[in-house]
Write a protein that binds this ligand. Sequence first.
Ligand code: F6P
Ligand code: MN
Length: 314
Amino acid sequence: MGENISDYSQNIVDLRRHMWMDGVEVELRRLIWQIAVVGKYISAKIHESNRKLAGFKNIYGEEQLALDRVSDDILKSKLHHSGFVSHYASEELDDIVAIGNGKEKYIVTADPLDGSSLVDTNLAIGTIIGIHKNSIFDCGRNSMVAALYITYGPLITMIYSAGKGAHEFVLDREGEYVLSEENIRLKEKGSIFSPGGLRRDWTDAHLKFIDKLESDGYKLRYSGGFVPDINQVIIKRGGLFTYPALKKSPQGKLRLLFELQPMAFIVEQAGGRATDGKEDILSLKVASVNQRAPIYIGSAAEVAMAGEFLSQSL
Ligand code: F6P
Ligand code: MN
């Protein structure tokens, strides 16, 4: 005998109920909920685009905006009307913008559609959100109160942390975000690695570190999308993602504010670590919205090992 509907609704823990049970402050939980709802709209736009990223046409032959711009517009407009957000900073905009009356508690950062160049290949893509208090021009450890990311894959999943662990939800067919993993904990050491950048551009120290992971039997897992690659490390309970300093770009590729800080916040809450090879990502002070940093993120043992290899090069 299967469960009947009333058993189902009694046992189910959805996102709102979880945040309430978790003691997340009321405005913050409303904000996180609204962002999760935006994930549903973005996913609808991904479907509508029929795997074309930019300059696609609708059925009437009208030009549509690029998918990343559309995602950004939906998010910005929803946050503007939320009443909880004073400023919004996004990878799609040149600078932080005021979207409230200045009295609201939160500042939101977004990578509205991470990995959007994978849309045509039908690989997973995502949305990354950081939620800050006071100012984003500080280190994440002082300013961040929550972070979340949504993965648009065969399923739509969402992981959030409001500073009390990291929790995963799956969007079900009724449109509810249902709790699937509470208090995710990474193991001390994993068995997969995800290295960004070209081998010929890596520093000698980074090359030696990656050689060591390979000779230790770590399996390669790199899709070219930050969200699915980090998600894999988190869901498999360990391993490492890195996009290192490159010879020609010592700050690497990924953005501190939009990509690295939110993921560092979540991974730390899951018992992992995130550094630039030396300092914790959440200890780096943000001086500009487009600041980049190298990243080593995942389970504690591999991140520590990266630090040892990089310090030997000095
Ligand atoms: O947002 C930047 C991004 O697309 C990430 O999602 C991804 O991890 C990385 O760049 C991929 O870079 P590359 O194409 O150099 O491997
Ligand atoms: Mn991105």
